[in-house]
Design a protein around this ligand. Structure first.
Ligand code: NAD
Ligand code: ZN
Length: 361
């Protein structure tokens, strides 16, 4: 038996963002304060001007060059409270990729639960719902819009981990494929591959169940169309729409199940070298043929088909300190590793084997 939750509502389709902005103007006037986390790409856009025109909107530009951190979330809450005291915002809106979306979720959680962000890294540690939150993805793939986590780097503890909780689900999504039109080609591919990898991992895990499998299969079918079989460019209008749906479904699949071997290794790369999640996933995926042979073959074909090249030789000069960070940053992710390899995963993934795999990246 399985019990779970998904995002309760969404608005989908071209033009959804325009409708949302009308609602935003109307809804905010007179009701209370609001926080908007906006990706840095939009800092000089009409969208920013429109959001800034509301005096009681606390606008935070999310510099997604750095993945969200526990410290960054604590700072946003402190700044908000310095301006508004204990008055809670009526809504938090995240507009951007996984970084802005996760930042919005984490700020909402912290405002609802108090303390520091790192207190809630783990599973089901949040005790109360946060502030009502709206997610507006501008790049497709992480599924952060639909998942029940928000992933944060904790520099003090040297780890990257999510606040995994039903309270990390958005309350509403605005899914407008027009927003992804401007995403650079490589980034579009790397982030899109996050959906592919989530679903491959989910379908190969022990925590499978029929609903998550159905989400994953359809998301994989859409990814295959976008990156592998479509006669159009991967960023055509139709493919951007397909990928937005795939991302949502992939996030819903993960909200219902768990990732596998790729994500823990990817987190190791992020902790040791600061490589971003989606690029790190792709670098790892290229070495995973012993765990996911068919998917790796398809992944390599999609790289070639879309003329994407991966960086190589990243771990070629691994000193003892980096090796330790890589190993610890990977093996700490017990749940996904056990999902993929069973409770005895440490005997399969020995330190030697982990470092050998990294040395190929
Ligand atoms: P991102 O948010 O890090 O953004 C990547 C780049 O794309 C940035 O330079 C950003 O400015 C740019 N960008 C965003 N939208 C754009 C647009 N419309 N046009 C042009 N440029 C645009 O990207 P991401 O890959 O979506 O997210 C990665 C983050 O997501 C990581 O922090 C990762 O840990 C997190 N993540 C979360 C989950 C989850 O379930 N919560 C799952 C996977 C990954
Ligand atoms: Zn991911």
């Amino acid at each position: 038996m399985v019990g779970t939750r998904n995002v309760p509502g969404y608005t989908f389709g071209r033009g959804s963002i325009t409708k949302f902005l009308e609602y935003f103007d109307e809804y905010l006037s007179g009701i209370g304060s609001c926080i908007t986390i906006l990706d840095i790409f939009f800092q000089d856009s009409n969208l920013r001007d429109r959001l800034s025109s509301q005096a009681r909107n606390h606008l935070v530009i999310c510099d997604s060059a750095h993945e969200p951190s526990t410290e960054g979330i604590d700072n946003i809450v402190t700044e908000y409270e310095a301006r508004y005291g204990q008055e809670k915002p009526v809504a938090i809106i995240g507009i951007g990729g996984g970084s802005a979306l996760d930042t919005a979720k984490a700020v909402s959680n912290l405002l609802g639960n108090g303390g520091r962000a790192e207190n809630y890294q783990g599973w089901d540690l949040l005790k109360s719902p946060g502030v009502y939150k709206i997610g507006i993805p501008t790049i497709s793939g992480t599924g952060a819009e639909a998942s029940r986590t928000c992933v944060l780097i904790n520099a003090r503890k040297n780890l990257k981990m999510g606040m995994n909780s039903d309270y990390s689900l958005f309350d509403h999504l605005v899914l407008d494929p027009e927003l992804t039109r401007t995403v650079p080609r490589d980034q579009y591919f790397f982030t899109g591959m996050d959906t592919f990898i989530h679903c491959v991992e989910s379908l190969h895990g022990h925590h499978r169940h029929a609903v998550a499998d159905a989400y994953s299969r359809e998301a994989l079918r859409l990814c295959s169309e976008v990156f592998d079989t479509s006669a159009e460019d991967m960023q055509s209008e139709q493919n951007r729409e397909r990928l937005m749906v795939a991302s949502y479904l992939g996030g819903s699949a993960i909200a219902n199940s768990l990732v596998g071997v790729v994500h823990p290794f990817s987190a190791g790369l992020t902790v040791a070298y600061g490589i971003h999640h989606c690029l790190a996933n792709c670098i790892v995926m290229d070495t995973m043929e012993e765990f996911y042979p068919e998917a790796v073959t398809q992944f390599r074909r999609m790289l070639i088909r879309n003329s994407i090249t991966l960086p190589h030789g990243i771990c070629s000069s691994m000193d003892t300190e980096i090796a330790e960070k890589l190993y610890q940053g990977t093996i700490i992710h017990e749940k996904p590793l056990a999902n993929a390899l069973g409770a005895d995963f440490r005997s399969v993934l020995t330190r030697d084997r982990v470092l050998k795999l990294f040395s190929r990246m």
